[in-house]
Design a protein around this ligand. Sequence first.
Ligand code: DGJ
Length: 741
Amino acid sequence: MSITFIEDKKAFLLETCHSSYQMQVSETGQLLHLYYGTPTHDLMDYLCVPFDVGFSPNPYEKKLTRGGSSDLLPLEYSGQNTGDFRTASVCSVREDGIWGADFRYEGHEILDGKYSIKGMPSAFDKSGSAESLKILLRDEASGLEAELLYGVFDKEDMITRAVRLRNGSDQKITLEKAGSACLDLPSGDYDLIHFHGRHTLERQAERVPVMTGIETVSSKRGASSHQQNPFVILCGKDAGEEAGECFGMMLVYSGSHRFDIEKEQTGSVRVSAGIHEEHFSWLLRPNEVFETPEVLMTFSDRGLSALSDSYHRFIRSHICKSAYMERKRPVLINSWEACYFDFDSEKILDLARRAAELGIEMLVMDDGWFGKRIDDNAGLGDWYVNEDRLPGGLAPLIGKIRDMGLKFGIWVEPEMVNEDSDLYRAHPDWALTVPGRKPSVSRNQLVLDMSRPEVVDYLYHTLHSLLADHDIAYVKWDMNRHLTDFYSRGLPPERQGEVPHRFMLGLYDLLERLTEDFPDVLFEGCSGGGGRFDAAMLRYFPQIWCSDDTDAFERLSIQEGTSYGYPISSVSAHVSAVPNHQTGRITPFGTRGLTAMQGSFGYELDLKTLTEEEKSEVRKQIADYHALYDLIQKGSYYRLTDQMGRGDHKAWEFVSRDRSQVMVSLVVTAARPCLGPIRIRLRGLLPEADYELVSRETFGCGNPLPDQRKRFTGAALMKGGYVLPEMFGSFPSCRILFKKV
Ligand code: DGJ
C-alpha cells in the first residue's frame, strides 16, 4: 500500500521507496502539508506547531486563539482572500462578485491505478502498480471545489499531482489562476536550481539561494520555451550530485507556465506551479470542470544524480508512449545544415547515397520541400510537395532512397502559417491576430489558431494523408516562433482568456491522433532546437532536437542542463561541420561524435566535404554507437563535473543497470599549460567488484597517453578515481570503457 489514511488522525501517508509525503486535515478542516522527505515510519504531525505572528489573521473558528493563521500554516492547496497572503494556488471570481476561496476538506477516495486527466499528457501506469488519492476541498461561499489528485509510483519514487476545479454553484465562476500544485516546505536554507537560456543556448543550469520574497521561473511565450524550462529543483545547501536532499517539480505542460518560489516572513518556502496566470482565464458554468496540467514530484536524499535518475526512468516508462522508447532508433543524416533551403531531389539523393555508403540508416529531408518554400518567407501551411524541386512528388524520391537501404524522414511545422501561402489566402481568420491590430511576426510567420477544432481537424487530415500515402519513417515536428496576438475568432469575448490553453489542448489532440494512427513513425520534437523540451512533448516525441546550436563545446552545457530532468534517450544530438555554423568554433571530429553520443545520434553536415579520414571516423562512430546503444539509452547517467568543478573539462558517465558496463566520456574545454593530470571519480559502480579497462580512446589529442594500470576495484575508481594524463590540443576528448570482471 503506497497510500494510507489514518482515520483517527485524519492523516494521509503517501509512500515511495525513498520518500514519504504526509498531509492532515486540521480541526478547522484545512488540508495541511506535514512532511515530504526521507521515510520516517512516523506521522510527522508534531511538526506543525501553531504559532503567532502579528498581522497574520486567523480563520474565524480560531478567533479567540493566538496561532493557527492560514498565513503561516503549511497548506496543501491555498485559496485566496482569506488571510493566506502567500502565493495563491487558485484565483476565482463568481458572477455575483464573490472572489477567492477558503478551501475545507469534504472527503477523499483511495483508488488502485493512476487517475487520468482529459486532453493533456499525464503519467500512465501500464503495470497497474500505481495508486491514486483524490481529496475533495470546497469553498462554501462560492461553491468552487478543488479535487486534489495524487498518483503514487512507489518504485519510481514519483508522486504526480493535478487538480480538478469544479463549479459547484449555480452561477458562473471565472478562474483567473488554476495552479497545479503547491508545496510548503519548512523554514530552512534552500537553493533553487533552474534551467534558463535562449535560442541556441537552452537549459543552462543555474543554482541560486532562495531569497526572502518571491523568485519566479516562468514563460509567457505560449511555449515551455528556450528561456525558462518548466522544471525546478529545491535543494539543501549541502546537496550535490551524490548526497543531500533535493525536491524536483516538473510540469507536464508545453505552454506558458509559472513557478513561484516564495520564502515568506518566517522562512518557510512555498513552491507553486502551474499555467502562467497572465494570459489565462477560464469560464466555468455550473457543474463544469477545469483540469490543470500535471506536476511530477520527486524527492531524493541521495543528491541530484538520484533525482535525475528518477525522472529519466519515469519519463521513459510512464510518460512517453512511443514504441521507440524501447525500439532502436536509426542513425540519421539531416539535410538542414547540409543544404539549408538550397536543395532539389538530385542533391537530396546525393546526400542519401553518401550516407548509405557510410552506414547511416535514415535520411531526413528538412525544411524547404513543400509549397513555395524556398526561404523562410513563404509556404508554411501548404503541406504539398514543391514539384519544381522534387519532380514527380515525394513517392519517387522516397522510393530511390529506400532502394539505397535508407529510411526516409520528413520535416513539418504544422502550427504555423506564412501570409504568403495558399492556406492563409484561403483562411486568413485561422491565424491568431487581434482585430484592428497588426500582428507581430517572427521569422515572417503567424501562428495558427489551434484552439479552433476545424483548424486542428484540417491539420490532422492533411498530415494523415502525407503519412498514409508515403513511406515515411520519421517526422521532425518543428515550431519556430512563440505565441502572441491571442484572439480567436472561434470563441466569444468572455472566453478569449482561454485561447492560450485551448491552443495547447488543440495541439495535444492533434499529436494524440497522429501518433495513435502511426505508431511505427518515429516523431521527433523541435522548436527552433530545444524551445519546447518538456515532459508533455515527450509523451509524443521520444526524442527532441536539443538545440539549434550544434557546436560540440556549447552542446556540453546544453545537454548537461537537459540531463537534470530529461532522459538521455530524449536528447537528439548530431555531428555537424566545422567551423561550426553557429559559433565558428573548430572542434575535432571525434569530440563532436563523443558529445553527440550523449543522446540520440545523427549527422547534420554536407557529407561530400568529408575527407577519407573523417569518413572512416563516421563508420567507426556508427559502429560504436550501435555497440553502446543500450548503455547510452537505458543505462544510469552521471554528471561527473559541474559548474563548481575546475572548469577545464566536462565529464559524464553511463553505467549499465546491472553495473557491469561503464563508459566515461571527457572533453577538455580549455587548453591550459601545467594544469596537471585530470582525476575523475566514477559513480554507480559495485564497490567490491573488479573492473577492467576495456579501451581508452582519445580524439583530437596531440600527445600519446602513457599506458596505465588496467584493473581496479569499483571502490578505487569511485573513491580514488581514474587519472588521465594531460591532454594537449584544441578540445581533445577521451572515451574510457570498463567492464566488470
Ligand atoms: C529550426 C530547427 O531547429 C532546425 O533544425 C531546422 O529544422 C529549421 N528550423 C528549419 O527551418
